[in-house]
Write a protein of this length. Structure first.
Length: 274
C-alpha cells in the first residue's frame, strides 16, 4: 500500500504538468486539440489524486493533513476539484492555465516530502474530524480561487475602460464570466466551510461538552466564514456592482491569508486539543 501511494505521489506532479501544458496551449491558442477533453482529463487526475490520498489515509490510519507537505498535496487536490466544478458550470477554459499552475506547485513540493510515520494524535484519526478538516481546506481553496477570478475581473475591467484590447484581453474570459466564476467559487467556499465548521462544533461538543472551544484556529475560521457569508448575502440585497464585489473578494482573501499566517504561527497542527 505504501509503495503504490508513494508511486502515485511521484506520478502526480508529472500528470499536473501535462495538464498544465494542455491548458497553456489552449490559453495561447497554439493547440486546441484537447479542448473538448479537458473535463475528462481533470476528472481522471482528480480520481488518481483521490486514490493516493485514500491510500495514505489507510496506511497512516488518519487523514493525511498533519504535516505541511501532506496539507500541500490536499491543497493541490482541492484547487483541482473546485476548478473542475467551475469549468463544468461555465464551460470556459480560458482561466484553466492559471488555476492549474497554482495546483502544480503544491503537488510538486509535497510529492517528495511525505512523512510515513503513522499519526499518534487520536483527533486526526477520527473520521468526523477528517471530513471536517477536508471540507474546510476545500472551502478555503474556493475562496482563494474566487480572489483569483476577482483579480482577473479587475484586469479585464481596466482593459475595457482604457480600451487596451491586447493579447491578455483576448485570452482571459469575458468580465461577465469572471464575475460569475468568482461568485460561484465564493458560494462553494461558504457552503463547504459552513458544513465543515458545523461538524467541528458538534465534535467539540462530544469531546468537551460544549459547542465552542477557545482556540485561535476555531475563532479565526468562524470569523472568516461569517465575514464571507455576511458580504455574500448583503451583496444580493444591496445589488452591489461586480467591480465592488471583486475588490471585496480580494480584500476578504487578504484577511484570510493574514489569518492563516497567524494560525500557523500559533501551533504546528490544526487543533492541538490533546
Amino acid at each position: 500500500m505504501q509503495f503504490v501511494s508513494q508511486f502515485l505521489s511521484y506520478l502526480l506532479p508529472v500528470l499536473y504538468l501535462i495538464l498544465l501544458y494542455i491548458y497553456y496551449n489552449i490559453f495561447t491558442g497554439k493547440n486546441r486539440k484537447y479542448e473538448s477533453k479537458t473535463q475528462t482529463l481533470l476528472l481522471v487526475l482528480l480520481i488518481i489524486h483521490g486514490i493516493e490520498i485514500v491510500l495514505r489515509q489507510l496506511y497512516l490510519k488518519a487523514m493525511p493533513l498533519s504535516s505541511a507537505f501532506d496539507a500541500s498535496s490536499f491543497l493541490a487536490f482541492s484547487i483541482l476539484l473546485v476548478y473542475y466544478i467551475i469549468e463544468r458550470s461555465f464551460e470556459n477554459r480560458a482561466s484553466g492555465f492559471f488555476i492549474i499552475l497554482f495546483a502544480f506547485f503544491p503537488a510538486l513540493v509535497s510529492a517528495f516530502n511525505h512523512v510515513w510515520e503513522k499519526e499518534s494524535n487520536p483527533l486526526l484519526a477520527n473520521p468526523t474530524f477528517a471530513i471536517h478538516a477536508s471540507l474546510n481546506v476545500i472551502g478555503y481553496t474556493a475562496l482563494a480561487i474566487s480572489a483569483i477570478y476577482a483579480l482577473m475581473y479587475i484586469i479585464q475591467y481596466k482593459n475595457i475602460k482604457q480600451r487596451r484590447f491586447n493579447r491578455i484581453y483576448d485570452q482571459l474570459p469575458p468580465v461577465t464570466y469572471l464575475e460569475n466564476m468568482s461568485k460561484r467559487a465564493v458560494l462553494i467556499g461558504i457552503i463547504l466551510m459552513g458544513v465543515g465548521i458545523m461538524m467541528g462544533h458538534f465534535q467539540t461538543k462530544q469531546a468537551f461538552g460544549r459547542y465552542f472551544f477557545w482556540d485561535p484556529k476555531v475563532i479565526i475560521t468562524d470569523f472568516i466564514w461569517l465575514m464571507y457569508l455576511s458580504v455574500y448575502v448583503t451583496s444580493h440585497f444591496k445589488k452591489w456592482s461586480a467591480r465592488s464585489m471583486a475588490y471585496l473578494s480580494i480584500f476578504g482573501f487578504s484577511i484570510l491569508l493574514v489569518s492563516i499566517i497567524i494560525v500557523f504561527s500559533v501551533g504546528k497542527s490544526f487543533h492541538e486539543f490533546y
